[in-house]
Design a protein around this ligand. Sequence first.
Ligand SMILES: [Zn+2]
Length: 972
Amino acid sequence: MIVLEWNRIQDKWLERWQEDSVFQADVDPNKEKFFLTVAYPYPNSPQHIGHGRTYTLTDVYARYKRMQGFNVLFPMAFHYTGTPILAMSERIESGDKELIQTFIDLYNVPKDIIASFKEPINIAKYFHQEIKTGMIEMGYSIDWRREFTTVDPTYSAFIEWQFAKLKEKDLITIGSHPVGWCPKDKSPVGQHDTSGDVEPDIGEYTLIMFQMDETKLPAATLRPETIYGVTNLWIRPDATYIKATVNEESWIISKETANKLQFLNMKIEIKEEFSGRDLIGKKVVNPVNRNEVNIFPASFVDPKNGTGIVMSVPAHAPYDFQALKDLIGQTNDLNRLGLSKELVESIKIPVIIFSDDYDGVPSQKIIDKMGIKSQSDPNLEYATADQYRHEFHVGKLNDLTGKYSGMSVYSGRNAIRKDLLKQKIGIIIYEIINRPVICRCGTECVVKIFENQWFIDYSNPQWKSLARKCLEKIRILPDEIKPEFDYTIGWLKEKACARKSGLGTHLPWDREWIIESLSDSVIYMAYYILSKYVNILGIKSQQLDYDFFEFIFFEKGNLEDIATNNKIDMDTIRDIRTEFVYFYPLDSRHSGRDLVSNHLTFFIFNHSAIFPENNWPHQIVVNGTVLMDGKKMSKSIGNIIPLRNAIKTYGADALRLAILSTAELLQDADFSLTLIKTFRERIERLYDSIVWVMDSSEKSEIGNLKIEDRWIISRLNRLVIQTTDAINKLRLREAIHTMVYLFDQDMQWYLRRSKSNLDDRTSINVSVLHQILEIRVKLLAPFAPFISEEMWELLGHKSYVSVETWPKLDESKIDLEAEESENLIKNVLDDTLSIIRVTKIKPSRIIYYTSSEWKWIVYSSALSYLSKDRFDVGLLIRNLMSNVSLRNSSKEVSLFAKKMVDEMKTIPQDILEQKMKLGTLREYDIIDDALEFLKRELAVEVSVYSEDNPSKYDPKGRASFSKPHRPAIFIE
Ligand SMILES: [Zn+2]
């Protein structure tokens, strides 16, 4: 077998593609366009295999569309905006050993370059080049003339226009809103700023003020309605609590809470500090019903959550119920804390929500059901979630809640919260529900009430309905994720859109502020049209005023004035406008699934606000992540492979196939090195067969086709449809499976049938093989572009397969007869081999008997009955009996007819119809033609008789067992 020089082949085609500008796209009025983009990368580290999935998927799609005849525009840019790069340079500056070691060991960054990383822009520039080179080496078919970064002054001019536009439409607000916040960076944090890319999820807690003399003990809850079911408070005995003046009141809270409340703009003065133990056994007053309740200890209380004071509602919170039960069992501890078992046992548990006909304590029911034994049982989380969900959906408040009785949990909760606030026994605080969320600088994020800040108003109801209208028209792949978009549009609130630090564009009306990264990346696809002209003509930011953008995107304003004011000639401006009209809207937007709830939804919002409906995007494609041998990729496990290293070692083609072959869109892909090797071997085999075909001297006319030639051509056409359908739905795993694995199986069979191996050049139809290989190379081209070009050239072509025409189905080549014939041979061979295996006979002769003519008549009649959905066997038999030729053996006929009908009932309707279309199969001729093949495969004398042949050799009377499509077999 030939050993391919993958890297040499790669370099060769990269050079040629570049020389001939194969992937540059300009306006072509005679061709339909297809414009697709993928989320531009952050250059703060090199790409690893995990990043490769979204980009490779997009490139395969781009290449496929190009071969389908579209004028495909696939551009790329780099997102410098924001604080991550800044945070990283600070870590370098402070000599962070772990980070520096990662750069050296994992990413092979030279030491002197790392020293330059103290300047943030140098990090961006270095990894920008690194990522770009990797993308080129991966064979991404990008039009690099349009490349830009988000800190280019011309891009900033565009973003300033975008923000002026949003402001003009009243979609920018100034105000105070809670945001995720890094106390160290003094900056809001979004998903891009946190380690592990987690979006801080901000929740609204109600603090309910329990009273101990003049001091308040605020308990934080998401379910204020349960205040009516409180039996006690929980305190963590080994945590530190403080007494403090908060907004001129005296509060007791955990020490950790104090810091948090400051960010919520409360004034705090700490008076004393003490252990939680000191509070145990004291009593407090429930502010809604003035009941006195005890303070008890519980280990599940987290002093960092809420206020470190938890109200206990045992009937409706499994944790509380279990903690009470645990207490009763710990007599010694109770005594030590000055409590008694009797006291705890005497507590009555009030049920305040009824949700089914069960009249006991609902949390007890769930705890018993799940077999939970202590408050450290992790199943308590599920029990809690379960009960909360159930009560929220079907629960109603009962008499113990007084005037709220009869309300649903949802409306009761809102009413009670409102009243608590009004009576000043409750206040609202915000907290990160999915805490801890860690900033990239290593600090835990908090919620801050951000005052006098700039927000994009995603809460605006008119804007929401416009975004929904836009979403409705977008094809989302896979479509099961569409409700997630709708849901996000629903809950999105005002989003802080500017920071005081980081790289990026200044707010045009308030230059202290820098627009953050999830806000300057929502309509940049439109800028790709412009960037080509900016790069080629050297247009400067001063030449791009708002009027210029208004003309390009909406054809508004006076062209002559715009040209004069911006010092750009009118033809150029007109060209840019023409190009925008040609390429916009975007036909497909690609990104990872984690961007659905932010970037992708912002993308929809902003397009709907800024562009007219005919420029709204057509499609969004979302994909899952990549696992490495079933494990999450992470630095700590040490299973991260930088993309460029992988390309060097394994070659881009096999890498691309391996990344895409294990999963459909939303599933996690499972990458493995074994898989790469498999693909390399398969491609090498394909390459070998091309070499063989081209070496073959007789490249004659296709000539007379044998049945197996007709079969492989038919199969090829079917696989072309299947592959094409799969790619149209972005089901790339299925596409690869079809064109690589299924096709390989068919090829193996074809070669076996045509005479077992490639060394025998006389028996195989070289022209047919040549035709097949050409189509296979075309199908492979979007997935493995380099080797496909090499093979295409080897097949004698001067063109690039990258821009060749995608194979089309040729209906006339679908050959049912050939397919059924080959099925017959395959089945006969498989049946024979399994009989030999089971009976352990060493055969000296094998005889096949094909069905008698009358059996075929019965079979066809039965088929025509069943394919018309009629099941009256009696009627079928009566009809058959009227057929003169069958009357002689009426009993045999009716038995056989019943048997046929029973067998056919299990066959799907579409297959029955196909068999109908096919009619009678000339089984005898088919097997007779294949005798040589069967002899070779079975290594024994083989013969065939028709059941109707009076002089057949049939010593054991086996011929009568034959059925249509199922010849009888006799082994001697
Ligand atoms: Zn930070």
